[in-house]
Design a binder for this molecule. Structure first.
Ligand SMILES: *[C@@H]1O[C@H](CO)[C@@H](O)[C@H](O)[C@H]1NC(C)=O
Ligand SMILES: *[C@@H]1O[C@H](CO)[C@@H](O)[C@H](O)[C@H]1NC(C)=O
Ligand SMILES: *[C@@H]1O[C@H](CO)[C@@H](O)[C@H](O)[C@H]1NC(C)=O
Ligand SMILES: *[C@@H]1O[C@H](CO)[C@@H](O)[C@H](O)[C@H]1NC(C)=O
Ligand SMILES: *[C@@H]1O[C@H](CO)[C@@H](O)[C@H](O)[C@H]1NC(C)=O
Length: 468
């Protein structure tokens, strides 16, 4: 009897305590969110909201106020219905006090109730609040851009995650010269209205300006894909026919086949690693064919340098087409061509005519940024090779999207060759997890020190069959 009372009384105490805690939680969450919205003026009427937002020097130009208020409304509704539900429950309990006292309700049932009916909706509301991106008055770091457009107009979290720009790790500028990577579905064009209008301002049918660098700037900032234009692109006035294929692979092209006006250098010789004013920094030495000829065919002192012969020997005759996702002058594709493997090389003209040199060597340059889904169909590539491009500056979420895209285009049995990826020693675990998450078969795996704090990682992984 005493024990019964004990457990009943305790039950009552627990319930009372729970009610207080829950009530408190709801109130805290509501108040904290309300304060945020109040300060942003969300409870003003529509016109007032617009004044509040647009009044500040038009910094919210292009920000979708309606989408934002819709999403806030959604969260507020969620909170409200949760509160109502809890109140109803408490009232009901109050009414049925007597029954409640007699009835056995196990703690497990309470736990389940709390989890399902209280914590989960609270958590959802909390997450929804966090995901709402308020316009920032001070701008995003150094840029004058105040808010990424359209993000709040999507409901599906994965889209929002995808198009939210990814800050470079370590606060560095990346090789595109930007502070973040703008994964794109083309929406970022509205942020570069001025540049886009400049780009599209031409006389139909006449010559375009020599503005590939404006086009590339738009691309790396997420205005990608660019619109087509109806003007004639300029070419070198003294264009020579390219060297024939028996020579072109390993010979620096004719300087006359490149328009040099937007570079520091005016010829290929000037792009040598010895010239400190060459205008690019990423693959120093990659315009020196004597150095390039040594890569992937000569034994190196580092275990992270695999040889093409060893890699191809894993799948004799099976590796026929592939992608070189990197930054360079196409030497990997040139070597693979000698093995009768067709490689498409990504190329951006960052400080030097990388697209032109790849093409003039008789190889295929693909002018793409990191922003975009690769223009290849699922399960098509025999090989993806990546070097000199992805390293420790890359945001992990960005990297995740990229790696899944590579997984998509790689065929079952295809090889992923990660070549001299490097990062801070302390970040190695994170990146290793990224590469290993797909459970590819490990053919080769090597780590070597790069400097005091940095390490190289190379791997040769095979995509397994997906029998599902
Ligand atoms: C309540 O639980 C006790 C023991 O925990 C049990 O003896 C009793 O039969 C239960 N009563 C009801 C109504 O389920
Ligand atoms: C931001 O601007 C400041 C001052 O203009 C400059 O020192 C800093 O390097 C810039 N940071 C980035 C990431 O561009
Ligand atoms: C390359 O091929 C062309 C035409 O087939 C030939 O005239 C030339 O001598 C060859 N060059 C070399 C270096 O083999
Ligand atoms: C590289 O080293 C291996 C073993 O040390 C040797 O068998 C091979 O012939 C060497 N290859 C080259 C291109 O030097
Ligand atoms: C590439 O193909 C050509 C023509 O079929 C053949 O003669 C050559 O031996 C092949 N090269 C390699 C490395 O397989």
């Amino acid at each position: 009897m005493g024990r019964l009372c004990f457990s009943k009384c305790r039950l009552g105490r627990i319930m009372g305590w729970l009610q207080i805690v829950l009530g408190g939680l709801v109130i805290i969450v509501s108040i904290s969110s309300l304060i945020r919205f109040y300060s942003a003026g969300f409870f003003l009427r529509n016109e007032a909201i617009c004044q509040q937002f647009y009044g500040v020097n038009d910094v919210y130009d292009g920000f979708d106020i309606k989408a934002l208020s819709d999403r806030i409304g959604e969260v507020l509704n969620k909170m409200e219905s949760l509160q109502e539900k809890l109140e109803l429950k408490v009232q009901e309990m109050e009414k049925n006090k007597a029954v409640l006292l007699r009835k056995n309700i196990t703690r497990m049932e309470y736990k389940k109730y709390l989890e399902l009916e209280v914590i989960r909706p609270l958590y959802n509301a909390h997450i929804a609040l966090r995901q709402i991106r308020l316009p920032r008055v001070e701008g995003i770091r150094n840029s004058t851009v105040k808010e990424e457009p359209l993000i709040n107009s999507f409901v599906i979290e994965e889209i929002k995650k995808y198009i939210t720009p990814k800050e470079n790790r370590l606060g560095k500028i990346n090789i595109y010269g930007t502070e973040r990577i703008y994964n794109t579905i083309g929406h970022a064009c509205v942020l570069f209205k001025k540049e886009l209008e400049e780009y599209m301002d031409y006389d139909i049918g006449s010559y375009c300006d020599d503005d590939w660098n404006l086009a590339q700037k738009l691309m790396v900032n997420g205005c990608d894909p660019l619109p087509r234009r109806r003007c004639l692109t300029r070419a070198s006035k003294v264009y020579q026919k390219p060297y024939s294929i028996n020579e072109s692979l390993w010979r620096l092209p004719d300087d006359r086949n490149v328009r040099w006006s937007n570079y520091q250098c005016r010829n290929f010789a000037c792009l040598s690693s010895k010239n400190p004013k060459r205008g690019y920094s990423k693959c120093t030495g990659c315009f020196e064919m004597e150095k390039e000829k040594l890569k992937w065919v000569t034994n190196s002192s580092l275990p992270v340098d695999f040889l093409i012969n060893d890699v191809l020997a894993i799948k004799p005759g099976e590796i026929r087409i592939g992608l070189d996702f990197g930054f360079g002058t196409g030497s990997f594709a040139a070597r693979m061509r000698e093995h009768n493997v067709t490689i498409v090389s990504t190329a951006l003209n960052l400080g030097a005519p990388f697209n032109e040199i790849v093409a003039l060597r008789g190889l295929i340059p693909l002018h793409v940024t990191l922003n975009q889904r690769l223009p290849f169909f699922d399960n098509t590539m025999d090989l993806i090779h990546t070097t000199g491009f992805m390293d420790g500056w890359i945001d992990l979420l960005l990297m995740d999207f990229i790696l899944f895209d590579w997984d998509r285009i790689l065929r079952p049995g295809g090889l992923l060759w990660i070549d001299r990826f490097f990062c801070n020693r302390k970040d190695l675990d994170d990146y290793m997890y990224m590469f290993l998450q797909f459970r590819y078969k490990k053919h080769k795996w090597a780590i070597a020190p790069k400097s005091k704090d940095e390490v190289y990682l190379s791997a040769l992984l095979e995509k397994p069959p997906r029998a599902i």
